[in-house]
Write a protein that binds this ligand. Structure first.
Ligand code: UP5
Ligand code: MG
Length: 195
């Protein structure tokens, strides 16, 4: 596909900040295609006999970042399928979460338009994840994994946010409020770039 035909918004923020929740609302109101890198990895992992299944599961439980060769191919394939069916606006959720991924994706796939960054304190995010963990079945919604995810986010993923911020390509929204008030802020901040 031609990069100029495609629009990509990265959606970043700590574990449990509400990336998936806010993306779902944007999809409903503005017809984006929502691609969560974590969801794509979990799908790939649960596919029987997959070469990467075991590897992915271990990385996720440890809150570590899966090698980008895996993730970028999954994202690219999902984007191609969507583009073939006439879509062109993408929310890429939970990616890139390491500098090399950011540089590689923008080089080989398409440069992002901007990054929507949700900010929130760890106590709030932790409570949300533990609550979700009662029913989510996610291998990483437990106290040990959550601490590791927070550490990876601070050490490895925040540099990505800071890098795009240095390019004046970050829109920061407070993710600590109610779902509806966070969404109101999102729409208010990026209203002119949702088309
Ligand atoms: N909730 C949401 N918003 C709320 C609000 N405003 N008020 C109260 N509650 C709110 O929300 C989390 C929970 O909180 C839900 O129960 C929700 O109802 C509630 P959600 O929208 O799911 O938050 P989200 O930010 O999407 O949280 P998620 O757990 O998905 O974030 P992570 O970034 O940790 O998970 P992700 O799936 O992106 O990645 C998982 C792992 O995959 C990573 O740790 C890593 O090991 C691996 N990975 C890679 O290796 N590479 C990648 O590129 C991507 C992932
Ligand atoms: Mg998510």
């Amino acid at each position: 596909f031609k990069p100029e035909d495609v629009k990509v918004i990265f959606v970043l923020g700590g574990p449990g900040v509400g990336k998936g929740t806010q993306c779902a609302k944007l999809v409903k109101d503005y017809q984006f295609v929502h691609l969560s890198a974590g969801d794509l990895l979990r799908e790939e992992q649960s596919r029987a006999g997959t070469e990467y299944g075991e590897l992915i599961n271990n990385f996720i439980k440890e809150g570590k970042i899966v090698p980008m060769e895996v993730t970028i191919v999954l994202l690219e394939n999902a984007m191609k399928r969507a583009i073939d069916s006439g879509k062109r606006k993408f929310l890429i959720d939970g990616f890139p979460r390491q500098m090399d991924q950011a540089l590689k994706f923008e080089e080989v796939v398409v440069p992002s338009q901007f990054t929507l960054f949700f900010d929130c304190d760890e106590d709030t995010m932790s409570q949300r994840l533990l609550e979700r963990g009662k029913t989510s079945g996610r291998a990483d919604d437990n106290p040990e994994s959550i601490l590791k995810r927070f550490r990876t986010f601070k050490e490895t993923s925040m540099p990505v946010v800071n890098y795009f911020d240095g390019q004046k390509k970050v829109v920061k929204v407070d993710g600590g409020k109610t779902i509806d008030s966070v969404y109101k802020d999102v729409v208010a901040h990026i209203a002119d770039r949702l088309k």
